[in-house]
Design a protein around this ligand. Sequence first.
Ligand code: AGP
Length: 610
Amino acid sequence: MCGIIGYVGHQQALPILIEGLKKLEYRGYDSSGVGIICLDEPKIMIRKCEGKICNLQELLKTHGLPESTIGISHTRWATHGVPSRVNAHPHSDCSGKILVVHNGIIENYQELKSVLVKKGHKFLSQTDTEVIAHLIEEHSEKDFLTAVQKTIRQLRGAFALGVIHSDHPETLIAARIGSPLIIGLGKNENFIASDVPAILDRTAKVIYLKDGELALLRKNLVQVYTFAGKSVRPKIDQVSFTVGSVHKEGFAHFMLKEIHEQPNVLTQMFSSRIKGFQIHLEGLQLTDAELKGFDQMMIVACGTAYHAGLVGKYIIEKLAGISVAVDVSSEFRYRSPIITPKTLILAISQSGETADTLAAVKEAKAKGAKIISICNVLGSSLARESDGVLYTHAGPEIGVASTKAYTAQLAMLYLLALKLSRVRKKISRKTSQELIKDLKEIPSLYQRILKHTQSISRIGHDNAHFGCFLFLGRNLNFPSALEGALKLKEISYIPAEGYAAGEMKHGPIALIDEYRAVVCIAVQSDTYEKMISNIEEIRSRRGKIIAIATEGDDSIKERVHEVIYIPSTNPLLTPLLVALPLQLIAYSIATKRGCDVDQPRNLAKSVTVE
Ligand code: AGP
């Protein structure tokens, strides 16, 4: 995680750095800092503080920095050392001439630090980053570039770096391995950033620095080298996308706005991807013959995207008859997956920058697998690593809790499953057409659910005092239960567990008493009767039950304390509908408890460390 932005050029660096930093706040927001070279002396000067970037802006109002045309800045998501001013970046060396910002983890920092301490270096922070500044200082008898190169070769782990040195006030050095870093090319100015949107209103000309590359930037020069020191001719890309609107538009939070954007996101996806009854998956880069040829799929993803993948397993196996394994990305690479030439890997990620998912994809690629991805962010690292990409085009998702990106991932998985099933002739044309018709109805069913936002919020508010929640579902709504629990815990900090309802009697039932709330997904399906039996079991143990049921199911009211109805649809599509009340429950409980729903504690929107 963490966001980096650096500048060298002809303009005042500070406003550029702060503005860029604000656009990277989704990567972490526990502390932030900025460092410049005061060109008159020259010397480095830093300002940093705990908390969000607005705190840094406040600090700069009272403790400004002199004019400078070179600087680096950082927004942090703590790995080593608590969120604090001291641990915030940039970090410096003993001479106070070198400044470093870093994203990632230096795995061997302890051993490096011990050696440096023995040599007399004084450390101020608990971070792994600080060793980098001291190591560069150690190598400072060499020129700046060589000193950084020598340092980098001593580091193990994943990192992206920005470095400046007051003895070299015209030079900014950047390097990456594992963690993303781009270079923005301007006229008489150049930038480094963790992500394109941070600089997109300044330049659309970028170099995606590759793993194991280091760059030297001056205002009118960019040179790229391998870590070994070999000069590289970088590819310059012209970014063709723009960054969409990032305003709350009258909603209290981005999360609420994004929940309400879901009808639109799906309408747009279906209108561009479904023509008549044909599914068009431009970007997939696989011929029908190739799609027929795979005999297994492996889905890798994290968090909410993993839950979308689990739903994907149910629908792809059911509709297309291909066996699907789903792994959380961080486990995939360590379990020796058996990948054959007939294996298709599908990575799912909103950001396309999730380090675990990228690592899983690289692992699968190394074993010769074909990689496709479902991704929201255009031009992301995942998109660039994949052979084919299905963009969800859900627009920027700012709230840390994924909402519209999740339902867009689900919708894309339905389209993929339908495509695979038609190519492999697993379902009849008629069944496929009926399902497509039902799918196209989903956005209007969303509108109907969202009309009940207030009554769903009332249920959330009335139950916000519970200290523990269970979410239960069966079959393809078992992943919905997992997602409901994740949504609640990440924004309200209430312990919540998602379970397959049939598994409840194997342990979780021990939790149930009048102090626990249980959200039961009891929509019409083949497993409805079984779900009702589970509800009875909870009732007998006095658990407080909130049911999500299908309109018209009046009898359920007698068995539960609260019911949220969703419109009737094809049972196979219910995960798409169930998602909305689950999001609204989590949102209303969290806001009732006064939590910061858009930027929950300890989290970041894009998880770029393994
Ligand atoms: C979702 O609400 C979470 N904040 C988180 O689990 C997220 O889905 C996960 O980190 C994966 O992110 P990605 O989709 O960008 O890869």
